[in-house]
Ligand binder design. Sequence first.
Ligand code: TYD
Length: 198
Amino acid sequence: VTFEGIDRSGKTTQARMLVSALGSDALGVREPGGTPAAERIRSLLKDAAVPLGPEAEALLFAAARAEIVEQVIRPALSSGRVVVSDRFLDSSLAYQGGARGLGVEEVERINRFATGGLVPDLTFLLDLPPSAAAARAGESDRFEDEGSALQEAVLDTYSRLMSDDPGRWRRIDATRSPEEIHAEVLAEVEAVRSGARA
Ligand code: TYD
């Protein structure tokens, strides 16, 4: 299960609430990060003082993803756990493919190489207008420093990805309270799990 959305859309809160609701059945991860190498790559990617071209940026996200998929996500899935990820490959498609202009297909190709083709069963888009997200508190990073045009482009790309694969995606109104959003998320997860067991 993955959570996607623009910066400050509330993904991290929702991913945590879902993991605690699912208990020991679930493993929570966040991207980029989750292994020693991926955490090092994360700090490089988040540091706005380090200049990075779009291609290098996309490859670094994919490298971090390769590590966490191989070392953490696949082993957990094999042992029957539900993996809940705060961002996954759709973030690269939206930020690097769409907003940075590298092209969704091109970024999908390097990610297929990185992950061996692993795709989420269920993806939530926490849908929040960029103006509302910008008004929320938080530390800014490389992406948020670039302002609302980037966030708009990210959201547009998510919408495009969603219409290409409607079965996997759920659009969630993220303007509501965390508890209301969580209730809807949990109901969707339970519905998909009971469908998978049937
Ligand atoms: P995130 O960890 O969600 O930020 P924070 O912890 O500050 O909420 O993600 C860091 C930034 O990296 C965020 O602006 C989105 C961006 N990002 C990409 O551009 N591509 C990717 O593949 C991923 C995973 C994140």
